[in-house]
Design a protein around this ligand. Structure first.
Ligand code: SF4
Length: 177
């Protein structure tokens, strides 16, 4: 479902997870809280991450990752149930360094990488140029909104995307119409 309806940031994390069988801490936070907000219960989250980290032993997984997953659900530590990250938080947060895959592709990908991603998603040259112009003006959320509009041509006009979970819900509802 994320591969079909998730915004580019979450599809990028899912792709990296599939490729590397791992995500670094910030990526696990960004993606794990997004999955929680779309309704993944903690037991399924533990199973999802265990299967995704297929080259870790059970012992490594329990020791290094399971605690943080339960922590995100308010079952460890201060027992705070954490909210998923908004676009503002992701865009203004620390840029991913080498080996990290969190962040917003419209903000943090290089221009070449983003263009290649857009063409891979069958975005037309005119729309790619429009999106790249928005990025040059630092309008990252407008660029994401434009991306939504061109990939959901039958959807009613939408407000500016402020949250990855809103993007997901809009896309999911679009497919129900
Ligand atoms: Fe994700 Fe928001 Fe960036 Fe869109 S603008 S890719 S939803 S962080």
């Amino acid at each position: 479902m994320v591969e079909q309806h998730g915004p580019l940031c979450m599809r990028s994390l899912q792709g990296a997870l599939k490729r590397d069988k791992h995500l670094k801490h910030q990526g696990r936070m960004q993606y794990g809280l997004f999955l929680k907000a779309i309704g993944l219960p903690v037991e399924e989250a533990l199973l999802f991450w265990r299967l995704a980290f297929s080259n870790k032993t059970d012992e490594q997984f329990q020791k290094e990752y399971a605690y943080n997953i339960r922590h995100n659900y308010g079952l460890e530590g201060k027992r705070v149930s954490y909210d998923s990250f908004s676009c503002g938080k992701i865009i203004k947060g620390g840029a991913p360094s080498s080996g990290e895959t969190h962040g917003c592709p419209f903000r943090h990908y290089s221009a070449g990488n983003l263009e290649a991603t857009l063409y891979k998603d069958n975005i037309s040259t005119n729309h790619v140029n429009e999106i790249m112009n928005l990025i040059q003006g630092s309008h990252y959320q407008l660029a994401c909104t434009k991306y939504f509009e061109v990939t959901h041509p039958d959807h009613d006009k939408i407000d500016v995307i402020e949250h990855p979970n809103v993007y997901y819900e809009l896309s999911l509802n679009d497919s129900d119409d």
